[in-house]
Design a binder for this molecule. Structure first.
Ligand code: ATP
Ligand code: MG
Length: 453
């Protein structure tokens, strides 16, 4: 909590009572409102943690309809607000109604400032606790996984999901367009799992000729076929205790699909030309950019195998759908390749940055990686221009429309974009946004944005 006084909103139409409450609670930064409209305006403006509210508000000062309606609107606007309802002494029914609507507590008039003071204290305390809890959850959610650079919320979700799945033995199917980082994710999952000390073995089903695939997967015995000079373990067996990654699983030929299924059911392998059943313990992760459901419907992929492989399915969003990631990754790759090529001091021109942000990246991160590598090698001066990148800019997308959230979302987006654009430099980002540095820090903490990647 900061040193400044905490905001308390008092909603009370009686000027005398207003004054009295303000005076009693001068330990807080008190703002007042006398009706629904001004109450909502104060909520928007000050976002007080705690509100005391008289249920009898004009135009219904003797009833409770206006008060209850105001309460509902406050909670819709700022659900974390702790609202303490002040009721007349015979008004138990309305107090109950208010609690049912989400009020935090009620207090009977005339107010005993000492008791009400304690209720307020506890409300502020609980609110702070809740905020802190929220912040911790968010912080946790902000740390990406090994080798995975992202600040996008959708990608963070994917990471959180992988963290949950990692300790289990569930098979994981990673879907996503080409170049989105399916293998990166599979490796990160392995790293997070209790199997990290054993091997991560990968096989690309599309890259190996069908007649070699079986012995690649399951190994072979000496003399199994001409040229099989010695007994050789397959990749599945080599991954024992670890993770086996089947890339482009949609390309697995039907005959091998049956063998893989058998392995998944029995957890034993037989080497080509061998008769021994060898137990193997691996976690299977597979990936494909194809639509396996379609392949299944077309009879090109076994449905039973599909279900075995897809206990957990995770879809990696394409780069164009990730907020701020294009600029973030561009900086990352620029730094990486400048170091590799011993080219220090390279930077993107602002047109280059716009092009990076607006281009659709159909080849996703892989395309970005290649594009930046080429630019780092080809650029003559210290500045990488849009031309050096060879990009043609696309039209920016339309933003959705809505009220308070829009402002919040826009703010969040602007911060992420600005930070990504200047590679996490807070001073430069605040300049870009036209705000002071303290405001920048303030906004970053409000939106739970950390620097660094
Ligand atoms: N989030 C990321 N952060 C850093 N590097 C990434 C990220 N995602 C992908 N990459 C890099 O982009 C390249 C492509 O990633 P990867 O091979 O995992 O993609 P893929 O989805 O398996 O692609 P394909 O469908 O072509 O096999 C790799 O060089 C990888 O290191
Ligand atoms: Mg891949």
């Amino acid at each position: 909590m900061t040193q400044s006084k905490q905001k308390l909103l008092i909603i009370e139409d009686d000027p005398g009572l207003q004054k009295q409450l303000r005076w009693s609670f001068d330990a807080y930064d008190v703002v007042v409102a006398g009706d629904r409209e001004s109450a909502l305006a104060q909520i928007r403006r000050h976002e007080p943690a705690v509100v005391t509210m008289d249920l009898g508000l004009p135009p219904d000062p003797d009833g409770s309809t206006e008060g209850l309606a105001t309460l509902q609107q406050i909670l819709a606007l700022a659900p974390a607000t702790r609202v303490i309802v002040l009721t007349g002494n015979q008004d138990h029914a309305n107090a109950v109604k208010a609690i049912a609507l989400g009020a935090y507590d009620f207090h009977q008039k005339p107010c005993d400032s000492e008791v009400l003071g304690l209720v307020l204290q506890r409300a502020f305390f609980l609110h702070a606790l809740q905020q802190e809890n929220q912040r911790m959850l968010q912080l946790q959610a902000d740390s990406p996984m090994t080798g995975l650079i992202t600040r996008d919320a959708g990608m963070q979700k994917v990471c959180r999901m992988m963290e949950k799945v990692a300790p289990t033995t569930a098979s994981v199917m990673v879907l996503g367009e080409s170049g989105t980082g399916k293998e990166v994710l599979a490796r990160a999952l392995h790293q997070l799992s209790p199997r990290a000390n054993n091997r991560f073995m990968a096989i690309n089903c599309a890259a190996i000729p069908e007649n070699l695939l079986e012995s690649e997967l399951f190994g072979y015995e000496k003399g199994a076929y001409t040229g099989a000079a010695k007994q050789t373990k397959g990749k599945v067996e080599l991954a024992h205790g670890g993770t086996f990654f089947l890339d482009e699983v949609g390309d697995l030929p039907m005959a091998l699909q049956a063998k893989l299924l058998r392995f998944l059911q029995e957890r034993v392998i037989e080497r080509v030309g061998g008769h021994e059943e060898i137990p193997v313990d691996v976690r299977i992760v597979c990936a494909t950019h194809q639509n396996l459901k379609d392949l299944t419907a077309a009879g090109r992929f076994r449905e039973d195998l599909y279900y075995r492989l897809s206990e957990i399915v995770v879809t990696i969003p394409p780069l164009r759908a990730r907020l701020g990631d294009a600029a973030l990754l561009a900086h990352h790759f620029k730094n990486k390749f400048s170091a590799q090529e011993s080219r220090s001091g390279l930077h993107f021109s602002s047109e280059a940055m716009s092009a990076i942000e607006t281009y659709g990246w159909p080849g996703n991160v892989r395309e970005m990686e290649n594009c930046i590598k080429r630019a780092v090698i080809m650029t003559d001066g210290p500045q990488i221009s849009a031309d050096d990148l060879g990009l043609s800019a696309a039209a920016p997308e339309d933003e959705p429309l809505n009220l308070r959230q829009v402002r919040d979302e826009a703010e969040h987006k602007a911060l992420i974009k600005a930070l990504a654009r200047v590679d996490g430099n807070i001073v430069k980002a605040s300049e870009l946004l036209g705000i002071s540095r303290p405001t920048m820090y303030d906004l970053m903490s409000r939106h739970n944005i950390k620097t660094g990647t």
